[in-house]
Ligand binder design. Structure first.
Ligand SMILES: CC(=O)SCCNC(=O)CCNC(=O)[C@H](O)C(C)(C)COP(=O)(O)OP(=O)(O)OC[C@H]1O[C@@H](n2cnc3c(N)ncnc32)[C@H](O)[C@@H]1OP(=O)(O)O
Length: 394
């Protein structure tokens, strides 16, 4: 993976360890001015962002789980492997990365009992497509194990891909998993020699005062107090990949999904740690325009909207007619309906909307009013305005 700046100079060693400060490694020669170090940090951030994007693409994730901003806001550690052999255009290249971090998890042991632990977790792992199966992943993984002083079976893996499961099986003989109900995979032997971070040791010390703690020296995990019901254990575990599921939705009614006559064919995916891959389903689609218009027509009348319409100069029949004549494509119509929705034949102006979009806000005494959208106003803006007026009803 190449960059428009010299990554060979940026990362002097074959493997560079980055933490939340995303600092450039110490230079071998020369001094670094503060302006230069800001520049170098910017380059590191670019590398991290691009690696995160490439990894997400390789795993078919809807978005990156590794980025400079996420690195800065978490205590994760990233091992970056550079290509020492090739220096295309004299700027070097990056082969891949491995991201790890300690996480507090609730995991089940082989008897199905809950255990609170804080293991080192494999959070993201990526080797450039052109260089996979060349031993680079193993080089990076070995280096990380050595630096973090952990054994492979002591790790928890955040939703491993099929490739990673095979990698772990091939290089470390990890095969039998301990079934979990969260997104992490742990292997047999996890509880035998659970590695404890300084943070977890501290927490275990604190917990020992509150009793219900296994007092065995180096006890890897403690049983939760019996008073806690299973449903109360929250969060069950915080997968880094969880945030990808949170779709940013527009406000009501723009977020209303089309109504289904029948239940979905497939139940929503269940979270499992049995090697399930990340949820790759698309984010919830925005409501199509026609569906939105239909929803708006079905909505009940709103007092605020009525008030505004009553005082709206464009609400007079004359004004509406003028608008209809002068601005094609905009709504200028006054439909009268009976209270139950049928067209009211007594009204001088009845009939379907001549043009769209139609903003029906409901009328007084059974009349449904269609009010005009100012010329030039985008359709969605008008819909949102109407929706906001409706939301005041509560
Ligand atoms: C928690 C997480 O991060 S899950 C996401 C893991 N990342 C990905 O799936 C992204 C795409 N894959 C990759 O980036 C890499 O393949 C990695 C990181 C999984 C492994 O790195 P590599 O450099 O390819 O591994 P390395 O060469 O050291 O070991 C090769 C072994 O890994 C496994 N492996 C690697 N690629 C594949 C593949 N395409 N299909 C099946 N197994 C594979 C195999 O066991 C392989 O041994 P083999 O070639 O004898 O079958």
């Amino acid at each position: 993976m190449e960059f428009p700046f010299d990554v060979d100079a940026l990362f002097p060693e074959p493997i560079t360890i980055l933490d939340q400060h995303l600092r450039a490694p110490a230079r071998r020669t020369g001094t670094t001015t503060s302006a230069r170090s800001v520049d170098l940090q910017q380059q590191i951030m670019t590398v991290v962002d691009e690696l995160g994007k490439a990894s997400a693409k390789a795993q078919h994730l809807p978005g990156p789980i590794t980025s400079a901003s996420r690195m800065q806001s978490n205590r994760h550690v990233m091992y970056v492997l550079k290509d020492t052999s090739a220096r295309p255009a004299g700027k070097g290249a990056i082969i891949g990365f491995l991201k790890v971090g300690y996480k507090k998890l609730f995991v089940l042991d082989d008897r199905g009992a809950h255990n609170e632990v804080e293991p080192l977790c494999i959070l993201d792992f990526y080797i450039h497509e052109s260089l996979q199966r060349h031993g680079h992943g193993l080089k990076l993984f070995r280096y990380m194990l050595e630096k973090e002083r952990v054994e492979p079976h002591q790790l928890a893996i955040d939703r491993p891909s099929e490739k990673l499961l095979r990698f772990l099986n091939k290089h470390y003989n990890l095969e039998s998993t301990v079934p979990q109900v969260n997104n992490f995979v742990i292997f047999e032997g996890f509880f035998a020699h659970q590695h404890r971070s300084p943070a977890s040791s501290l927490r275990a010390t604190r917990c020992s005062r509150a009793a219900s703690v296994d007092n065995t020296p180096n006890a890897p995990a403690r049983k939760l107090p019996p008073k806690k019901a299973e449903g109360e254990i929250k969060p069950y575990s915080s997968s880094d990949r969880e945030f990808l599921k949170v779709a940013v939705e527009p406000p009501w009614p723009l977020n209303r999904a089309p109504r289904r006559a029948t239940p979905p064919a497939r139940p929503p995916p269940r979270s499992s740690s049995l090697g399930s891959s990340p949820d790759r389903g698309p984010l919830r689609p925005f409501l199509p325009e026609q569906e939105l218009l239909r929803s708006l027509r079905l909505c009940p009348p709103h007092p605020t909207a009525r008030l505004l319409l009553a005082t709206d100069p464009g609400g007079s029949p004359a004004q509406r007619r003028r608008t209809r004549g002068s601005a094609p494509g905009l709504v200028a119509q006054d439909c009268s309906y009976s209270r139950y929705g049928e067209p009211d034949s007594s009204s001088p102006q009845t009939g379907p909307a001549a043009s769209s979009p139609v903003m029906e806000t409901g009328g007084v005494h059974g009349q449904r009013k269609v009010h005009s959208i100012p010329p030039g106003a985008p359709k969605y803006q008008a819909m949102v305005t109407w929706a906001l007026m409706s939301s005041f009803s509560g």
